[in-house]
Design a protein around this ligand. Structure first.
Ligand code: ZN
Ligand code: ZN
Length: 281
């Protein structure tokens, strides 16, 4: 069973028309496709849906494609929503107002001591990561990474996302320059966050984008976190975070083999109103 619950569209930073993304999913043999553009954030940026008007258009187009391709693939309406304390809109109001099937909660911007500086941890350019770390946190990596994981914890308890997107994306531009994922303080932060994931029944996304884009040596999350998730019986969902049709099943074969090798037997996908387990085969 191939599925992808994390994909983007030109309403945000996606690179191909929505229908081309659907056709890409069909070409790759996917049975479930979730369209999850970046939800609006309350400041100027180049990655999210700008506002509610575009959001309504977005919903309309997803609904149209849902119906047009209903005999070939199940299409679901979602958003990848950022959480920044005191700044972003409640997930529940997006969910209710736009009739989302499920929500993905992801942190791309880490709040520092003041609202003036947000640390942007994503994008292709590592120099933004370095600059943001300096401007928002005075290059104090321990505080910065702690804020990142605490922001996820707070997102989980206050916003109740169905799925946590790319939980350790903070490592992407690190490349062992500022911290090692083996350090005990880092592992402690991860342990604490996984406890929140477990206690709040969230799905843990396994995101292949960093690997097929050549920006990360390992999946989001990597081996250590996946091992802990397995031990805690946290449900996982393999997604590609596609921005182009050909990325629909990017690195899926290798990722599935890897997940099986460390002991996972099933993955969870949203299907017909609920989260269901599918055998990893
Ligand atoms: Zn993301
Ligand atoms: Zn995404």
């Amino acid at each position: 069973m191939k599925a992808n619950l994390h994909s983007h569209s030109p309403y945000c930073d996606g690179k191909a028309p929505m229908e081309e993304m659907v056709k890409g999913a069909l070409r790759k043999g996917l049975k479930i496709l979730g369209i999850s553009s970046h939800a609006p954030v309350p400041f100027k940026n180049s990655f999210s849906i700008p506002g509610n008007e575009q959001l309504r258009q977005y919903r309309k187009e997803v609904r149209y494609l849902q119906d047009k391709y209903k005999d070939q693939i199940a299409i679901y309406l979602s958003l990848e929503i950022d959480y920044i304390q005191g700044m972003t809109k409640d997930f529940e109001s997006f969910k209710k107002e736009f009739g989302l099937d499920y929500t993905i909660g992801s942190i791309h911007l880490v709040k520092g001591q003041s609202n003036d500086h947000l640390w942007f941890i994503d994008g292709p350019d590592a120099s933004n990561y370095d600059r943001g770390l300096r401007d928002a946190f005075g290059s104090d990596i321990y505080t910065a990474v702690s804020c990142y994981y605490h922001q996820i914890n707070e997102m989980i308890t206050t916003q109740k996302p169905d799925m946590i997107g790319h939980i350790d994306k903070i490592k992407m531009h690190n490349h062992n320059r500022y911290f090692s994922e083996d350090e005990s303080w880092y592992r402690q932060l991860v342990d604490e966050t996984l406890d929140y994931v477990k206690a709040n029944d969230c799905i843990l996304e396994v995101n292949t984008r960093g690997v097929y884009k050549g920006r990360s040596d390992s999946l989001f999350p990597g081996h250590m976190i996946l091992q802990k998730a397995l031990e805690q019986n946290i449900p996982i969902s393999l997604n590609s975070d596609a921005h182009k049709p050909d990325e629909m099943d990017g690195y899926y074969t290798e990722a599935m083999r890897f997940l099986k090798s460390i002991g996972f037997r099933e993955m969870y996908y949203y299907s017909q109103g609920d989260w269901k387990a599918f055998a990893l085969d």
